[in-house]
Write a protein that binds this ligand. Structure first.
Ligand SMILES: [Fe+2]
Ligand SMILES: [Fe+2]
Length: 545
């Protein structure tokens, strides 16, 4: 490139910098391909429009305002990371053909993104449909994100509560604060503080998007007092009471809860789903022999005739996180690692998974030991780390939490399975008094019921590390599942609440020093088996303990 062109190139880069536009490497390549100064100058004219710095796209197409450029860039990232090129190519086709109408383009690309962003290896007949999986890219969060996030949680849970007959005349906190006369009032608000008064009443501070107010919960109303005594910060409740100044004296506290009369669905055919979690593969404490036995059973190689018969009818295997032990999770972890490299851990694990029958669909969400951010929602396990898993045709990788539909057929809507690893459970078992006094972490049944009643997987902000999202709170339990599956506490619990089957999965690792410190007493090598036709649940034990 001659001196004039070099100077012109610098000038153009500075020109964009002054406009707060950082040019990309692709753009520089475009400049490099210019043979005259005036050719380069032509690029300045683009500054008033959206710049297309992507070599795949003709600059003239930048005038097409109907394209969802943000989604295009997202799909390009997918393409460049080797995840999938379907959407990106679709965008390129749209741009090149310029045929579709504006609305069609947006809808068409969104449809593809829904499929691509949420799922990976599904075939049409796999009978696994991902209803919700979080796939938002990480970005720097601001205070506004947190405000928006809590507002979204309030709005969503309010939509569950406002149908309750007790809350028919909902008001907002600012309206109540303006009232001069005492009146019966009702609000939906988030608990931001909880204190015990000198008289042993509970004083809550609650907040809605319009303001704060105190709520007095009298100890002489034992049922309500008990409910509030077991409440946690940041949960959203309904309050009915009498206002007096800037205080409401509560007569009734209502948690959102799940409906009573939901149908207990049963599959028309005898099919089984199996639930496990917390393999912690790569740890020296991973129970190789026991897991090997499990694989042999699922292949029909071991077990009595009834057990073999069940194995032959398994179509779904759910794994609720902590697939590998990970690296750098806690100080001194390297002493407990058999495989020191995270890539290697997934690579070796996938060799085990290859031994599962190919007709079984495996659905996997991450846990806090997996290769990704610990903050929830966690996106599906990163392909960069676990490529071998992503390449398996019968595996579906989803986020934590996620909602997956399985086994639908003509005339049968299938089962919705809510997957959540369970990171909030240790906090809740310490801070919900009734759970703490009933066995704490050993009572996954109570923990799971608690979060269903609150319609939120981790109500207190401090119970997990969360990534706030302005648009929604993905940890709100929106759709009521048929099965709710968790892990993390390494113990098997099977229970039900209303029509929801609650399954907390066992682990495949013996107790580490770190688990002992966290009060986790594992019940390893157990597999939960559900007959989808009868909804009967069995636990099969593959270890001596
Ligand atoms: Fe775990
Ligand atoms: Fe975990």
């Amino acid at each position: 490139m001659n001196q004039d062109l070099l100077l012109k190139k610098k000038e153009i880069v500075n020109f964009f910098l002054k406009k707060n536009i950082l040019v990309s490497a692709d753009f520089l390549t475009k400049l490099d391909s210019c043979s005259t100064v005036s050719e380069m100058d032509a690029f300045k004219e683009l500054s008033s429009e959206l710049l297309i710095l992507n070599p795949d796209i003709d600059t003239n197409s930048s005038k097409n305002s109907d394209i969802n450029w943000k989604e295009l860039e997202k799909s390009r990232v997918f393409h460049e990371k080797g995840k999938s090129s379907v959407t990106y190519n679709k965008f390129l086709d749209i741009i090149k053909s310029d045929e579709l109408s504006s609305s069609n383009q947006i809808n068409a690309t969104k449809d593809v993104l829904d499929v691509e962003g949420l799922n990976n290896n599904l075939t049409e007949n796999s009978n696994v449909k991902v209803l919700f999986s979080y796939d938002e890219p990480s970005k720097k969060r601001t205070v506004q994100d947190f405000v928006g996030f809590f507002n979204q949680r309030h709005k969503k849970i309010e939509s569950f509560l406002k149908h309750r007959k007790e809350l028919q005349n909902l008001s907002s906190i600012n309206r109540i604060l303006q009232k001069k006369d005492k009146d019966t009032v009702s609000i939906v608000a988030m608990i931001t503080d909880k204190q015990i008064s000198k008289n042993n009443n509970i004083i809550l501070t609650v907040e809605d998007p319009t303001g704060f107010i105190k709520v007095v919960v009298n100890k002489n109303k034992p049922e309500m007092f008990e409910l509030v005594n077991n409440s946690v910060l940041d949960e959203v409740i309904g309050v009915v009471g009498v206002n007096n100044g800037n205080v409401i004296f509560a007569n009734e506290i209502i948690v959102p809860d799940i409906p009573i009369n939901q149908e207990l669905k049963k599959s028309p055919d005898e099919t089984y789903a199996v639930f496990i979690s917390d393999l912690h593969f790569g740890s020296k404490l991973f129970l190789k022999e026991e897991f090997d036995k499990f694989i042999n059973w699922i292949n029909g190689a071991v077990g009595n005739s009834e057990q073999k018969d069940i194995a032959s009818k398994i179509k779904y295997l759910f794994i609720a996180g902590d697939l590998v032990e990970g690296v750098g999770i806690f100080p001194g972890q390297e002493d407990e690692l058999e495989i020191m490299d995270i890539y290697q851990q997934y690579e070796e694990l996938s060799k085990l998974f290859e031994r599962f029958p190919k007709n079984i669909q495996i659905i996997v969400c991450p846990g806090n030991h997996d290769a990704m951010r610990i903050a929830e929602p966690q996106p599906p396990i990163y392909k960069d780390f676990a490529k071998a898993l992503w390449d398996m045709p019968n595996i579906t990788l989803v986020s934590n939490p996620s909602l997956v539909n399985i086994h639908s057929s003509d005339g049968f809507s299938g089962f919705n399975v809510l997957m959540y690893h369970g990171y909030s459970f240790p906090y809740l078992s310490d801070n919900v008094l009734a759970i703490r006094s009933s066995g704490g972490l050993t009572r996954a049944d109570l923990l799971m019921k608690f979060v269903l009643q609150r319609r939120h997987l981790a109500p207190p902000h401090t119970s997990n590390l969360s990534i706030p999202d302005m648009n929604s709170d993905p940890l709100v339990i929106d759709k009521i599942p048929d099965f709710f599956v968790t892990g993390h506490i390494h113990r098997t619990t099977v229970s039900s609440y209303r029509s929801v089957t609650l399954l907390n999965c066992s682990c495949w690792v013996s107790q580490s020093d770190e688990q002992a410190r966290r009060g986790i007493v594992p019940e390893p090598a157990r597999v939960i088996i559900v007959n989808l036709q009868t909804r009967q649940v069995k636990i099969l034990k593959f270890g001596a303990k």
